[in-house]
Design a protein around this ligand. Sequence first.
Ligand code: FE
Ligand code: FE
Ligand code: ZN
Length: 280
Amino acid sequence: MLTIGAHMSVAKGYVRMGRETLETGANTLQFFARNPRGAKARTPDERELRTFAGLIGENGLRCVVAHAPYTMNACSPDGHLRELAAEMMAGDLKVMEYFPGNFYNFHPGSHVGQGVRTAVVQIADVLNKVLYPELRTTVLLETMAGKGTEVGRSFEELREIIDRVKLAEKVGVCMDSCHMWDAGYDIAENLDGVLQEFDKVIGLCRLKAFHLNDSLNERGSRKDRHALLGEGKIGMKALMNIVAHPRLCSLPFILETPTDTAGHAAEIQRVKELLGEYGL
Ligand code: FE
Ligand code: FE
Ligand code: ZN
């Protein structure tokens, strides 16, 4: 069964967000665990979180993915900012425990000139600070486009981080089709090859979620500009090959395309229709 949803706004509360998600025909969703541009967390009350947890499972939401704020940088050259990253992550993971068994996705960070060697150690340090044995959330490293000094453009960089995490069983990976394309991976013409490489370097068992986006730019551009499905350089056929791929089809697919809730509902409908043509 296809698990698909979109990035939703939590601004009007968790319960409203959950209901809106179900109305779009989605059975999963992603949301920012706090204001994406800042550090300030909207503190949800416990009752709201419990009602939202009820929507997951009982009402057909199969899983949820929380996304860390873009501003969080676990490999900042500034030690205070790295500490802040650990605090934010720990706080978000506390909220995630109200609906256990789900995912918390974050961008590994930007090394800002320190170099990848230093950065992977710092990112692993933050994870080693916040992960604990009883945690029931899997923390996902997102594959990045390689814009500026972004870490996580290659599978090898993600592997370097995971290798240094003590509770590595709590860590997984979220692929982003726009980011991988912009990073240079040919997911359109050589999806099997890319997956084989991921399996060799990281292991497909670590792949837990997929951000389904088209890209405005050519492969290898390192730009990270998302496009509507089928309206970018990756194209609808390649994106559908991802959704229908036997090693990927059971993952939660999250749209982060530049449109509103109604637009996402239409895209979800379109993916479902096209998937029918694959006999899935
Ligand atoms: Fe992201
Ligand atoms: Fe993404
Ligand atoms: Zn992106």
